[in-house]
Design a protein around this ligand. Structure first.
Ligand code: SF4
Length: 364
């Protein structure tokens, strides 16, 4: 039986953050009940796969409350077997008291991801977040006291008014709470968001400043014991996200829920950004995946990079020489390294990963 990663999308949020373009809707008790009933039916319809990682993402999965989450966890167990490696739940720092983490742990949750974004309340206000840094502190403590130790916090770089000092404070805040994993994303202004409409008045730091912040963050996190293992992800040894590594290693995953994406048997497919389409089981094909180009582009996001041995295991043949030849042309730039193990980007290289990957793939 094939073993894959299982992603569950929960498309409910208590309001819309002005920078966010994820699919999410305002929840009601009835709409959450209805969604969970369809989701559970869908989960139960799968009998051919096992899963070793599960990721509840959103939206705000913690809005569901303990009982609904447990009903989904039980169904997953019945259809996909015992989840051996990792079950992650994204949790909103506004509502930790609504969840019984001890119960959730009993039913398999062993990792919690919390959207901190910044430990400076003025920056949180600018981001339109309703929580404070203290709410996050309390949430982390609540989760830790339940016995779930593997906690990840999200940070954001490029917030209006952010400084090197305020970013450093946010990083130290995470380390002081002894979380094991940090994801740090550069703020992107996506079309269709409130930020996009107001982009000229946002007063965001310029690109050079954001690059400086990124490098500062990589160094600071490293000095605090968080090794970089992906462009935006840092972890204490052994606490890299097992589920997300599947995406970057082009391994298979099944996504269930409105707007969830899947990759199985070299095919990509997804549910549209519509709860009704999900209820009507409307699956949209998205072409093939897992070819040489996609694999190279994905693994170069990882600090371990493109490794010759792993490429051979994935494809059954050696990495074609022209990729190595293209990479070697950039060897002296400090943006990447080419050696006997493979090709990998430096932190500076991560900042312009798209153009380096294009150069390696197409000699452009
Ligand atoms: S950022 Fe998170 S909480 Fe805010 S609207 Fe998007 S998914 Fe919801």
């Amino acid at each position: 039986m094939k073993t894959l990663g299982l992603y569950i999308h929960i498309p409910f949020c208590n309001g819309k953050c002005p920078y966010c373009d994820f699919y999410s809707l305002k929840q009601t008790e009835e709409s959450m009940d209805e969604y969970i009933s369809y989701l559970n039916k869908k989960i139960s319809s799968y009998t051919d796969y096992a899963a070793d990682t599960v990721y509840f993402g959103g939206g705000t999965p913690s809005l569901l409350g303990t009982d609904r989450l447990i009903s989904v966890l039980k169904n997953i167990h019945d259809s996909f077997g015992n989840i051996q490696r990792e079950t992650t739940l994204e949790v909103n720092p506004e509502s930790p008291n609504c969840l019984d983490f001890e119960k959730l742990k009993f039913y398999g949750v062993n990792r919690v991801s919390i959207g901190l974004q910044s430990a400076n309340d003025s920056e949180l206000k600018i981001l339109g977040r309703k929580h404070t840094a203290n709410d996050v502190r309390n949430t982390v403590k609540t989760v830790q006291s339940s016995g779930i130790e593997n906690i990840s916090l999200d940070l954001m770089i490029g917030i209006s008014g952010q400084t090197a000092e305020s970013l450093t404070r946010s990083i130290e805040f995470c380390a002081d709470l002894n979380v094991y994993h940090i994801s740090a994303y550069i703020l992107k202004i996506e079309e269709g968001t409130v930020y996009f409409k107001n982009k000229d008045s946002l007063n965001l730091p310029d690109d050079d400043t954001v690059c400086d912040f990124y490098e500062l963050m990589v160094d600071k996190l490293d000095s605090l014991g968080y090794g970089q293992y992906e462009i935006s992800n840092f972890a204490r040894d052994g606490f890299e996200s097992q589920h997300n590594l599947k995406y970057w290693n082009c391994e298979e995953y099944l996504g269930l829920g409105a707007s969830a994406h899947s990759f199985i048997d070299k095919k990509r497919f997804y549910y549209s950004r519509s709860i009704r389409d999900f209820y009507n089981n409307k699956i949209i094909p998205d072409g093939t995946g897992g070819d040489e180009e996609e694999y190279i582009a994905m693994v170069l996001r990882l600090s371990g990079g493109l490794q010759y041995g792993k490429f051979r295991n994935y494809f059954g043949y050696d990495l074609p020489r022209h990729y190595i030849y293209n990479a070697k042309k950039l060897n002296k730039t400090g943006l990447l390294y080419v050696d006997d193990i493979g090709i990998r980007l430096s932190p500076k290289g991560f900042l312009c990963s798209n153009s380096i990957i294009t150069a390696i793939l197409y000699n452009e």
